[in-house]
Ligand binder design. Structure first.
Ligand code: NAP
Length: 460
């Protein structure tokens, strides 16, 4: 078994390292998860809601420590880490409040049409679900799976990203500390090479993965082989379209946030800015000015707006994408090469124009603060550019023309369209993608139903 390291991306210095769980430890955790199922069921909605609310309260009471841990392990600016903790606690309460209503099932009003005295549906938990999660929101990504799954009566085991073991251990213990039965939710400290064996284990009913396309392909292939349900939340290269009737200053303001939040490492960051030619120079000028004046530095300093990238390999990937575009004739208006405090994995906010289809940046996801800006002659061209990729996660459309807005909402190929705003996840709204951004939904009513058996009940 290997070791799993926690490294501070602001310095490149190791914080802690952990031994991977042995096969026996993994086996015990899966057995405990299975054993927790009848207890979760017996607790019913009310009991599970009490535990979920106390998990939310516990998380909130530990906000300062947890936020610092997130920032130390993956480099997110500290204010954003605090916001992540609060958002997670709110989602836990949201599901404590609404799970029963979301999973209420229904009764047929005229059961005689199906030759029954009563007939209808009910939602039941599937069992133990494996969650394979990324490092970019080390607490939120886990909670948005765990809160609905546990409230539905499922148990969960988590394989978190290998660069955030401290966050993984914290969230793996939170639910049982709050009162959930032992084994209901636990972290498996394992490398990704062991995920397939866990999916194949008979005690695992289903799997959810948030991460890259490559990981999605691998998890979906194994789940397909053993015919288990899978939900995939994969990458995106979200378009952010700006039309001439838009409020340009507001669009610039939001565009900057949409590109650099989470140091540019969110699946739903706007990554491609598609701007109508009439306002291209104005938008690009103002946007570039703002991007180049952002404060890059130590993420635990409250003044910092952009911290380091989470991993050294992530910074190499972003550098390669930008260098490939430069080599093929793109114009780098600001930013471009790794820079920042010594030892840290910093990459400056960067704006690129003049992109062409032979550049990797044209169609690959830039997981860092790199904005690609495209010029479109009209709405048709803007939509064509937006839909040109195989991704379909989020999108933003800026305009004050209702006809244009209707058309964009209908024609953008994505799991979400945000009009005059930026894509954000809300517990109240379903979240997920189409095309190579994955399948299935998280959050809201649709998310909690993903890991349930919709059982039809018919009575003579
Ligand atoms: P990643 O390398 O795919 O890792 C995500 C998780 O999958 C980690 O736990 C990782 O474990 C595991 N993993 C990697 N390869 C695997 C394999 N072959 N089989 C099984 N598990 C595997 O992704 P990342 O770099 O951490 O995250 C960035 C990607 O996630 C981006 O593409 C981003 O857009 C996407 N993302 C999507 C959403 C969404 O909701 N759609 C949200 C956030 C992020 P190890 O760490 O041990 O390799």
């Amino acid at each position: 078994m290997g070791t799993i390291q926690s490294i501070d991306p602001a310095t490149g210095i190791e914080l802690l390292s952990f031994e991977e769980d042995s096969d026996d430890i993994v086996d015990n955790k899966l057995e405990a998860a299975k054993a927790a199922l009848p207890l979760l069921s017996a607790a019913d909605w009310g009991g599970r809601a009490v535990w979920m609310r106390s998990a939310a309260a516990l998380l909130e009471s530990e906000i300062e420590d947890v936020a610092l841990l997130i920032t130390k392990e993956m480099g997110k600016p500290i204010a954003q880490s605090r916001a992540e903790v609060l958002k997670s606690a709110n989602a836990m309460r949201f599901y404590a409040d609404h799970a029963e209503e979301f999973l209420a099932g229904r009764e047929l009003e005229s059961p005689e049409v199906v030759n029954a005295t009563a007939a209808g549906t009910r939602y039941e938990p599937l069992g133990v679900v494996l969650a394979v999660m990324p490092w970019n929101y080390p607490i939120w990504q886990v909670v948005r799976f765990a809160a609905p799954a546990l409230m539905a009566g499922n148990a969960g085991v988590l394989k978190h990203a290998s660069n955030v073991p401290q966050s993984a251990i914290y969230i793996g213990e939170l639910f049982t500390r709050a009162g959930f039965p032992e084994g209901s939710f636990a972290t498996l400290l394992i490398g990704s090479y062991r995920v397939a064996a866990v999916i194949r284990d008979k005690r695992i009913a289903a799997v959810t993965l948030t991460g890259s396309e490559e990981a999605g392909r691998s998890v979906a292939a194994t789940a397909g082989d053993v015919l288990k349900k899978a939900v995939l939340e994969l990458g995106g290269s979200d378009p952010f379209i700006v039309m001439p009737t838009a409020d340009i200053d507001a669009a610039v303001d939001t565009a900057v946030k949409a590109r650099i939040s989470n140091n540019g490492q969110a699946c739903i960051n706007a990554k491609r800015f598609i701007v109508h030619e009439d306002i291209f120079d104005e938008f690009t000028g103002k946007f570039t000015e703002r991007m180049s004046s952002l404060i890059v530095g130590d993420p635990s300093d409250p003044a910092t707006e952009v911290g380091p990238l989470a991993t050294e390999s992530g910074r190499r990937d972003v550098t390669d994408l930008v260098e490939d575009a430069r080599g093929k004739g793109a114009e780098i208006i600001t930013g471009s090469s790794p820079s920042g405090p010594d030892g840290g994995w910093y990459f400056p906010p960067t704006v690129v124009t003049g992109l062409t289809p032979e550049m990797r940046l044209w169609e690959e996801e830039a997981f860092g603060p790199v904005a690609s800006v495209y010029c479109a002659a009209n709405l048709d061209e803007a939509l064509r550019l937006a839909n040109a990729l195989e991704f379909g996660l989020g999108s933003a459309f800026w305009s004050n023309d209702e006809v244009e807005i209707d058309r964009a909402v209908r024609d953008i190929e994505a799991g979400a369209v945000f009009v005059n705003g930026m894509t954000i996840s809300y517990a109240e709204l379903p979240f997920g993608g189409i095309k190579r951004s994955g399948y299935g939904r998280e959050l809201s009513m649709e998310g909690i139903r993903e890991f349930c058996n919709l059982k039809t009940v018919w009575k003579a």
